[in-house]
Design a protein around this ligand. Sequence first.
Ligand SMILES: [Zn+2]
Ligand SMILES: [Zn+2]
Length: 296
Amino acid sequence: MKLTTAPSVIEPARDFPDLLPHARPAVRLHPRRGTPGPYGSHIGGPVLWPAAEPWPECTDHKDVNGRAYTLPLVAVAQFTAADFPEIRFPDGTDLVQLLWCPDWHDQPHPEGWGQACRLFWRRAAEVTDPLTGQPDPKAHPRYDEGMIPRACVLHPERVTDYPGDEELPAGLADRFETWLTERGLTDDLTTVPGYKLGGYLDWRTTGLPAALECGECRAPLELFLQCDTHEYPLGSWAPDDAPDRFRPLEERHLRTGDEAGDASREPVGMTVGRGSHAGLFVCSADPRHPASFFTQ
Ligand SMILES: [Zn+2]
Ligand SMILES: [Zn+2]
């Protein structure tokens, strides 16, 4: 299945060339519910895990009596180098897996979630004896439904992303805003919504963090994965509305309230960031340094 984003009403090369130096590639993942296998790229679903390697746990919890307990992490995503050559895999690796704690952790997480949110970089061929059956995150009474993804297959689409106001030079952000207002246009160019690799996060809820840098080596952080409650904005569901850019062209016949429509707009079923979106950032110098997670 091919899923396609409509062109923006704004063509930067024609309309606003000063934006061009800020363009950044991104991959809309277009997750859709399915039954992915352990060897491919997916959100939710089974990851390729060595049977001999202990399944990771979050140890950062205490019950009301102060007794510590652990929660098995839940597999959130897996990406292969074959599917996503744009990921900067460390030498010798071709598979990356994201696992996180199924219970909510307090905000913010400027230095990452420690043991609660982890990327694992592997060489797939080295996993010769894979684990069959992974811990059920719902087996433990303490979990947050919004942190557990439904199993989804991916339909990647390469797009160009641009930063929101927070990451543009102030003068340029103001001029772009004025340009839009004078033409009665809505910005449908910057901070592409939905699940994506790379590109820019929309920071309008919290503003930019004081320092967007690696907690280990202070190199700049870069957006690795955006998680989003919705693949495209809710307003686009009104049938009389002008077509929304981010609702895939192939799915515009779907309507809210029916199962296929909801599965298209909220395929993963997570509400990371309390119904908005969140970004997992990695170190630009070494993606093996602990990742940082920011919600909006
Ligand atoms: Zn935890
Ligand atoms: Zn670093």
